[in-house]
Design a protein around this ligand. Structure first.
Ligand SMILES: Nc1nc2c(c(=O)[nH]1)N[C@H]1C(S)=C(S)[C@@H](COP(=O)(O)O)O[C@H]1N2
Ligand SMILES: [Mo]
Length: 318
């Protein structure tokens, strides 16, 4: 896989030259010190080499899948209420067809694209991924979708596209939960461009061999199996190629609790929840108080993705 070239000035941006004290203090970890022009910190992007054969090993797992009834009734989708059972119980008010996605920012071919056109000609794949929510539960889900990178390439992102920003629908008529100011609507998420292009990252349109149900993010949502669940933004209506690390809803709501990278990491606890173990909701008759199992770095996908973070301090970039 080829990634866009990283301009030299992104590795040591100007503010670092200007602030000598900061430069001296940070010599040991210069890339982690990189500051953007607006003062928000951004780490340099390592030049990762991704081995396609290794990546394919992450497309499936022997672990027993979560029962469909559990995966579709125990959800986080605040646009339909903040309780785990609310999204499944909500009336089917989301109009998923027609659906269009506005693609813009640093790319050669921006546009408002009907969902069918967005996916046209791409082979739909079935992949079984472990999913880990930052609240401590996990599932094993058979997804259906297309690699996000294959979709993004069609828009010809330019070298300035360092990050990709995603936005969910926020229509109070279709989504009663957005009338409640629990988050700064619309729900927003983002990935660094190399994370977005990584072959494990899926733009999902279905699960359990069927189209996505409303509560799981119909008609299309992001699935990034090595990151905490909140990165998996649902019911996406906009995708933007941007130069700076985009603002995300959860980071904005509580920056100390929800970092931009949100890689599953048992060594870095959330301020309110230990991340060392997880409650696996799978193959146990739907017992929500199942035994806890150890959480693995990058949710068990370290072989596939750890190279993306080479040299980054994962305590700082949580
Ligand atoms: N638009 C939107 N996307 C969202 C959320 C949300 O509230 N709104 N919740 C996130 C969180 S915290 C998790 S854990 C997953 C849950 O996905 P699932 O319900 O399909 O398991 O969706 C993520 N995507
Ligand atoms: Mo979550």
């Amino acid at each position: 896989m080829r990634l866009p070239p990283e301009p030299v000035d992104a590795i040591t941006p100007e503010p670092v030259y200007r602030d000598r004290r900061r430069l001296l203090a940070g010599l040991a970890s210069l890339p982690a010190l990189a500051l953007s022009a607006c003062g928000r910190a951004e780490p340099a992007m390592p030049q990762a080499r991704i081995d396609p054969a290794r990546v394919r090993a992450g497309f499936a797992t022997d672990e027993p899948p979560t029962r469909e009834a559990d995966a579709t009734s125990y959800n986080n989708f605040y646009e339909f209420g903040t309780g785990k059972a609310d999204p499944a119980r909500a009336p089917r008010t989301l109009r998923t067809a027609p659906w269009s996605v506005a693609v813009g920012g640093h790319c050669a071919r921006p546009g408002l694209v009907p969902l069918e056109t967005l996916l046209q000609g791409l082979a739909v794949q079935e992949r079984i991924y472990r999913m880990r929510c930052v609240e401590g539960w996990s599932m094993v889900i058979p997804w259906r979708g297309v690699p996000l990178g294959e979709v993004l390439r069609r828009f010809e992102p330019t070298a300035q596209a360092k990050y990709v920003a995603f936005t969910s629908l926020a229509d109070p008529v279709q989504m009663p939960g957005v009338r409640v100011p629990v988050l700064d609507w619309p729900y927003r998420e983002g990935l660094r461009i190399d994370e977005a292009m990584h072959p494990l990252t899926l733009l999902a349109t279905g699960m359990y061999g069927k189209p996505l149900p409303q509560q799981n993010g119909a008609p299309l949502r992001l699935v990034v199996p090595w990151k905490y669940g909140f990165k998996g933004i649902k019911s996406i209506v906009a995708i933007d190629f941007v130069e700076r690390m985009p603002r995300t809803s959860w980071n904005r709501a509580q920056p100390s609790e929800y970092g931009f990278f949100a890689n599953v990491n048992p060594a870095v606890d959330h301020p309110r929840w230990s991340q060392k173990t997880e409650r696996r909701i799978a193959g146990n008759g739907g017992n929500l108080f199942a035994e806890r199992i150890p959480t693995r770095p990058f949710n068990g996908y370290a072989d596939q993705v750890a190279a993306l973070y080479a040299g980054m301090d994962l305590r700082r970039w949580y």
